[in-house]
Design a protein around this ligand. Structure first.
Ligand code: AHG
Ligand code: MN
Ligand code: MN
Ligand code: MN
Length: 332
């Protein structure tokens, strides 16, 4: 019965990052260091999230962000923690956050990378103890090292991401990321303060039985979206919607399924933000063998025009996304 009490020690994130770096002889280690900094930010936010009900960090912050959303105190706490970790880490020259209209300069003009992030995803779930997350997307800057970063660094397009991922604060806390060579998932061991490799090669099943969308917008959806959703129900799929994108995405990644935030009558581009919600998840899903579409093109091919631009997101198992595209094409 030794196995019952054996501590599940495995590969730490640190060891994994080192091993991966060794596979690329020309790698200089800066991206590795940036990933470590992001993991540290994740741990710090995890600490805030875990004790949210006890501390002073729940509730409204009393300010709107550039998207016209009520910011929550934890949105801002996560934003501040994340920016600080990146500033102290030294590998990011600028940061774009959902919670700030303009890009934030870290003062590290010598750094090679820029990071776009959603520091706290699932704001409406904070105060009710439902899983939330953090999303990030990394580019190599196109402006010269030593100069000030600008919008050309952030508006390169989804295919130019060098890494992307998320932290999910769920029944356990996980870090999932890609550098374009598959997707790896790490589970946080709180007593050791370490992420351990738990999902070495995440692949989404080609199809699945879960559909996730906010059906409250039913009467706002275009007819083809309703047609698709009716098909899902006719084939007796399961409806699952947490309302935290990271959590809905993660479940579907593991079990197979489709997540939809389609255009609505009011918002033709849906609600989700291209740079720090749609791009990173689209990069991850393609790396995991799935698909992400706006309904007319691959999300990664959408041309970015401004920092907080929105984009419809249909993401998940390739076969299910294709069936959605058939419905969308039949409409026009
Ligand atoms: P955020 O909390 O970062 O602003 O993101 C909220 C997003 C996403 O997490 C979720 O999937 C979606 O909003 C839910 O929106 P609806 O309430 O419109 O379904
Ligand atoms: Mn928000
Ligand atoms: Mn979000
Ligand atoms: Mn957010």
């Amino acid at each position: 019965d030794e196995d019952l009490i054996a501590t599940p020690v495995g590969t730490t994130l640190e060891r994994y990052i080192m091993r991966k770096q060794a596979e690329f002889p020309f790698a200089t280690g800066e991206l590795s260091q940036l990933l470590r900094d992001i993991a540290l930010a994740g741990k710090i936010i995890n600490r805030e999230v875990n004790r949210a009900g006890l501390s002073d960090v729940t509730g409204a912050y009393g300010r709107e962000n550039v998207q016209g959303e009520q910011q929550q105190r934890l949105d801002m706490a996560a934003h501040i923690r994340f920016v600080r970790a990146l500033r102290n880490g030294g590998q990011a020259c600028a940061v774009l956050s959902e919670e700030e209209e303009a890009i934030i300069y870290t003062g590290n003009d010598q750094a090679k990378y820029v990071v776009a992030m959603d520091p706290l995803d699932g704001s409406s779930n904070i105060d009710v103890n439902v899983p939330i997350g953090t999303l990030f997307s990394i580019y190599s800057r196109v402006t010269p090292v030593g100069s000030k970063a600008n919008e050309t660094d952030f508006l390169q397009g989804g295919r130019k991401q060098v890494a992307a991922g998320y932290v999910l604060y769920g029944s356990s806390t996980m870090l999932v990321y890609t550098t374009g060579h598959g997707v790896a998932g790490f589970t946080y061991e709180p007593s050791l303060g370490e992420f351990f490799l738990s999902h070495p090669d995440l692949r989404i099943p080609a199809t699945g039985t879960t559909f996730s969308c906010n059906e409250g917008y039913w009467f706002e959806y275009p007819a083809y979206v309703r047609t698709y959703l009716e098909n899902c129900k006719r084939s007796r799929m399961n409806g699952r919607y947490i309302g935290s994108l990271v959590a809905d995405y993660h479940r579907n990644l593991l079990t197979g399924g489709i997540y939809l935030y389609p255009p609505t009558g009011k918002n033709l581009d849906g609600k989700l933000r291209l740079l720090y919600e749609c791009y990173p998840l689209a990069f991850l899903i393609e790396q995991a063998g799935g698909a992400a579409s706006t309904g007319t093109e691959a999300v990664l091919d959408v041309t970015p025009e401004h920092y907080h631009q929105r984009c419809p997101l249909i993401i998940g198992s390739a076969e299910l996304v294709n069936e959605y595209l058939v419905c969308a094409a039949a409409e026009v």
